[in-house]
Design a protein around this ligand. Structure first.
Ligand code: ARG
Length: 479
């Protein structure tokens, strides 16, 4: 304490207290360098935690008051001040300042301006280290819920389209070569599976995100008799971080989220890539509404699938966010390090990118218009019912390997003739196997092929409709 300062508790020398920009500047002999101030500040991006910072502070203050660590009058002043600050932020009139470094200090400083000494007492038994970890978890918890709701809506659109086109035949591909006929509904349901897994992963990640760090203080805990259960209850945390060192330094939840986000983007990018291919006239499988496409400034005829392309491209940034967070945490010694301030931008970017991409894909999915004729023609072109012919021969008593060999020769015949398997006359087919009879044609049609795959997980329209009902029931059960 500087010479001549009052020794009475709660008083700070006027010279030191009045114009103090930083809550820690008392220890320093000169103001911080301007570049360092800008370099170390996070206010440009952590402002978006403000609402959660206020919620965390209020819960902390109420706990302190309940435990007699803070007076009822101070709590009332803090609640009044935080109410005013929340309104200022909402209205866009809050004066964010670089001098105050980050969201926590900005809000605390304004609180003290508004309510005086009560504002200075708020930080009792707390550190920005446990405060920021709490804020980020509160914020992310909310975003996870929003993303899970978006995924559910996307699944609903996919299910609606799958229902409309449960029996619409298209070629299924392996190696991007025509393989076997499937239905468009069945194809879309594959994405429902992916997005359902994404929802489940996020629910799991949410459980580990929803753990309260507050109470860890800087790293070792606090000498005050705090009630962490009280804070957890008030903020809706389902558990309390067990170890104070881990509480302030753990960012696993952010990495887990980014991994979930990266997988969502992988799934969206696969769907996006298919839409780009399908829109190409060589495929011509779908039409996308004009409102999701853009034109070319030079080529008047162009209609480009920009939205799927951009989502495909944006998947890369989210993978980058994940890698940035992993690299950020690698080899960090315990406990909090300033490095951790770098967690926010990748995390925010991952959330923003996933949310925008899902927001674009929901109406886009609803707007997909399949072109049945082009799908059929492509399915009919690639001898896609060859496996059905082999299965037919097996049912007539041949071993599958022998049947495979026979059908390979039939395919060569059809290829040389320039027709589909179903167009070959019975007499020609029987040259390859006497087991073949008139009933073979039922198996060789596209409809016969898909209808034959009539088991759970198969592409038969009957099964597609059942799968849709089950998926809807799963979504409803989670509401
Ligand atoms: N802005 C900081 C962050 O985002 C808050 C915690 C700062 N703690 C500290 N001891 N410098 O991590």
């Amino acid at each position: 304490m500087p010479k001549g300062a009052s020794k009475r508790p709660g008083k700070v020398p006027a010279a030191a207290g009045a114009a103090r920009a930083k809550p820690w500047s008392g220890r320093f002999g000169e103001p911080v360098d301007a570049l360092v101030k800008r370099f170390t500040a996070s206010i440009a991006f952590d402002q978006r935690l403000a609402r959660h910072d206020i919620a965390g502070s209020l819960a902390h203050a109420r706990m302190l008051a309940a435990g007699g660590i803070l007076s009822g009058a101070d709590l009332a002043a803090i609640e009044r001040g935080m109410g005013a600050i929340g309104a200022e932020i909402e209205a866009g009139t809050f004066a964010w300042s670089l001098d105050a470094e980050d969201v926590h200090t900005n809000i605390e400083r304004r609180l003290t301006e508004l309510v005086g000494d009560a504002g200075k007492r708020l930080h009792t038994a707390r550190s920005r280290n446990d405060q920021v970890a709490t804020d980020v978890r509160l914020w992310l918890r909310e975003e996870i819920d929003a993303i899970r709701a978006q995924l559910a809506r996307l699944c609903e659109q996919l299910l609606a389209q799958a229902e409309r086109h449960a029996a619409l035949v298209m070629p299924g591909f392996t190696h991007l070569q025509v393989a076997q006929p499937v239905t468009f509904g069945h194809h879309l349901l594959a994405y429902v599976e992916m997005f359902e897994r994404d929802r489940a992963r996020l629910a799991d990640c949410r459980r580990r995100t929803n753990v309260l760090p507050l109470g860890a203080a800087a790293l070792a805990g606090t000498t005050f008799a705090i009630d962490r259960e009280h804070v957890a209850r008030e903020l809706g945390f389902e558990a309390i971080a067990e170890n104070s060192l881990d509480a302030v330094s753990d960012r696993d939840f952010a990495i887990e989220f980014a991994a979930c986000a990266a997988l969502i983007m992988v799934h969206l990018s696969r769907f996006a890539e298919e839409l780009v291919l399908w829109m190409n006239p060589r495929f011509g499988f779908v039409r996308l509404p004009d409102r999701f496409c853009t034109g070319s400034s030079i080529m008047p005829q162009k209609k480009n699938p920009d939205v799927p392309e951009l989502v495909r491209g944006k998947s890369g940034r989210v993978f980058g966010d994940l890698v940035a967070l992993l690299a950020l945490m690698k080899a960090q010694p315990l406990a909090y390090n300033k490095d951790n301030q770098e967690d926010k931008e990748p995390l925010f970017d991952a959330v923003d990118t996933v949310r925008d991409s899902l927001a674009a894909f929901e109406p886009l999915t609803a707007g997909i218009e399949p072109r049945p004729a082009a799908m059929r023609a492509a399915a009919a072109e690639g001898f896609s019912t060859a496996t059905d012919l082999a299965d037919y021969l097996v049912r007539k008593g041949l071993a599958f390997r022998d049947a495979h060999e026979i059908v390979a020769h039939v395919v060569r015949e059809a290829e040389a003739t320039g027709c589909d398997l179903a167009d070959l006359p019975l007499s020609v087919l029987q040259r390859y196997s006497v087991a073949i009879g008139e009933d073979v044609y039922a198996a060789l049609t596209l409809e016969g092929s898909v209808a034959g795959r009539d088991h759970v997980g198969g592409t038969a329209p009957r099964q597609v409709r059942k799968a849709i009902a089950r998926a809807r029931a799963r979504l409803a059960a989670e509401r």
